[in-house]
Design a protein around this ligand. Structure first.
Ligand code: GLA
Length: 378
C-alpha cells in the first residue's frame, strides 16, 4: 500500500513535479458498497459508504500552453489548451481528459494549468478509485477557475467521462458516493430519481474487505456484457408491455409469469436486479433498527444472487464467502463492487474482528467511513 495520501504529500508532489506551489487542493474519497450491486445502471437502489482512502488533486497555473497532469501512480500526460478535443490516449489519462471535456461542455474555459494527483485507493479492486480520480480532478479545476457547479452536475459529467472516454457503461453510484458521503453514514441513492438520503451506520460493527487476489479492470471484464444483457431484458419487457419503461415498473410476480418465454439468461439478470433492489430497502430499514444480523443475512443473499443469477462471481470470491458463512464470527459477506475479482465485503462485530482474520487467513482491510468530496484554496 502506498503512503497515505494527505494535503502535505500532494502539495509536495506538485512542488516536486512542477517546481512551484499549487493554488487549490481537492479531495474525493473511495467507497465501499454495503449492498445494491449492478442496480445503479438499471435505475435501481444502492447503499455505498465513502471511506477514508482518497484521491487528491492539486492544481495551479502553468506558464506554457498546456494542461499537464501528473499522477504518483501512472506518470504524466498533457494536451494543448487550444486543441478542440483533449483526448490523449487510453488508460488513466482518459479519465482526466474526459473530465476536462465535460467541464468545457458546461461552457467553462480552462486556462493552461498543472495538476498533481495522489491516491491511496488500491486500483482495480472495486473501491472506486476511478470515480474518486474523476471527482478530485473536476473539483480542483472548478475551484481553480472559480466556477461553482452543482454537485449533481459534477457527478453526471464525471460519469459521462467514464462512459464515453473510458468506455465503461457504469452507473452513477460511485460519483455520488464520492461527492455526497459523510462520516459514519451510508448514502442511500435512488439512481432513477437521483434522490439520496444519509443512513447512520452502527459502529459496533465493522465492514472488512478480504482480498480474492484477483484484479479486474471493469472495461475488459464481463461488466459491459452484463450492462448489455440488462438492456436487452428491459427491451424484451418494454416490447410486450408499454407501461414498462424501467425495471422499477416490473413486479417480480410479473417476471415469473414470463419465465420460459424470455431467454433464461435474461430472466436471471432481471431477477437479480429486482431482488437486489428489495434487499437494499430491507438493509436500509435493518440499519435504521440497528439489526445487524438481518443486514448480514441480506449480504449472503446478495452474494448468491450475484453468483447464480448475475454471473459475476469467481471461484476465489465464492470460497471467501463460503468461509465467512461457515465462521460464527462473521454476520454476512458477499462479493463487492462489479465482481470478477477484487474484495469480498464482510460485516463483523468489532469484538470478533481478530478471530475473523484468523479464520479467513488474512488481515483484511477494516473500513472506516470517511467524508465526501471537498475542494479549497491554499
Ligand atoms: C462498478 C461501477 C458502478 C456499479 C458497480 C456494480 O463499481 O463503477 O457504477 O455498477 O460496479 O454495482
Amino acid at each position: 500500500m502506498p503512503t497515505r495520501t494527505s494535503d502535505r504529500t500532494t502539495v509536495q508532489q506538485y512542488v516536486k513535479v512542477f517546481g512551484d506551489y499549487p493554488a487549490v487542493l481537492a479531495r474525493a474519497p473511495g467507497r465501499i458498497n454495503i449492498i445494491g450491486e449492478h442496480t445503479d445502471y438499471n435505475d435501481g437502489l444502492v447503499l455505498p459508504m465513502s471511506i477514508e482512502r482518497c484521491v487528491m488533486a492539486a492544481c495551479g497555473p502553468s506558464k506554457g500552453n498546456t494542461i499537464r497532469w501528473y499522477s504518483d501512480r501512472y506518470g504524466c500526460a498533457e494536451f494543448d489548451v487550444k486543441a478542440s478535443d483533449p483526448y490523449v490516449g487510453t488508460g488513466w489519462t482518459a479519465y482526466v481528459a474526459g473530465v476536462i471535456a465535460g467541464i468545457r461542455d458546461q461552457g467553462i474555459q480552462i486556462p493552461p494549468l498543472n495538476i498533481a494527483i495522489t491516491s491511496d485507493i488500491p486500483p482495480g479492486k472495486g473501491l472506486s478509485s476511478s470515480a474518486a480520480l474523476e471527482v478530485a480532478v473536476a473539483l480542483s479545476i472548478l475551484e481553480y477557475v472559480d466556477v461553482p457547479l452543482e454537485p449533481v452536475v459534477i457527478a453526471n459529467l464525471c460519469r459521462e467521462a467514464e462512459n464515453h472516454y473510458v468506455g465503461v457503461p457504469c452507473g452513477i453510484m460511485d460519483q455520488y458516493a464520492a461527492l455526497f458521503g459523510i462520516c459514519g453514514h451510508a448514502v442511500f441513492i435512488d439512481c432513477m430519481s437521483g434522490d439520496f438520503q444519509h443512513i447512520p451506520v452502527d459502529d459496533s460493527f465493522v465492514f472488512v474487505l478480504y482480498d480474492s487476489e484477483e484484479e479486474r479492470a471493469l472495461v475488459s471484464s464481463g461488466y459491459p456484457d452484463r450492462n448489455r444483457e440488462c438492456r436487452e431484458a428491459l427491451a424484451w419487457f418494454a416490447d410486450r408491455e408499454t407501461t414498462i419503461l424501467s425495471f422499477r415498473d416490473l413486479e417480480i410476480s410479473r417476471l415469473f409469469e414470463h419465465r420460459g418465454e424470455i431467454p433464461e439468461v435474461l430472466f436471471r439478470r432481471t431477477l437479480h436486479v429486482l431482488t437486489e433492489n428489495r434487499r437494499v430497502l430491507k438493509t436500509v430499514s435493518a440499519l435504521n433498527r440497528r439489526d445487524d444480523s438481518t443486514v448480514g443475512r441480506l449480504l449472503f443473499q446478495s452474494h448468491r444472487s450475484l453468483a447464480h443469477n448475475f454471473g459475476v462471481s469467481t471461484q476465489s470470491l465464492d470460497n471467501l464467502v463460503k468461509k465467512a458463512w461457515e465462521s460464527r464470527y462473521i454476520c454476512g459477506a458477499r462479493l463487492h463492487g462489479g465482481g470478477f475479482g477484487g474484495y469480498t465485503i464482510n460485516l463483523i462485530p468489532q469484538k470478533n474482528v481478530s478471530r475473523a482474520h484468523e479464520i479467513m487467513g488474512q488481515n483484511g482491510i477494516e473500513v472506516r467511513s470517511g467524508k465526501g468530496a471537498e475542494s479549497w484554496r491554499i
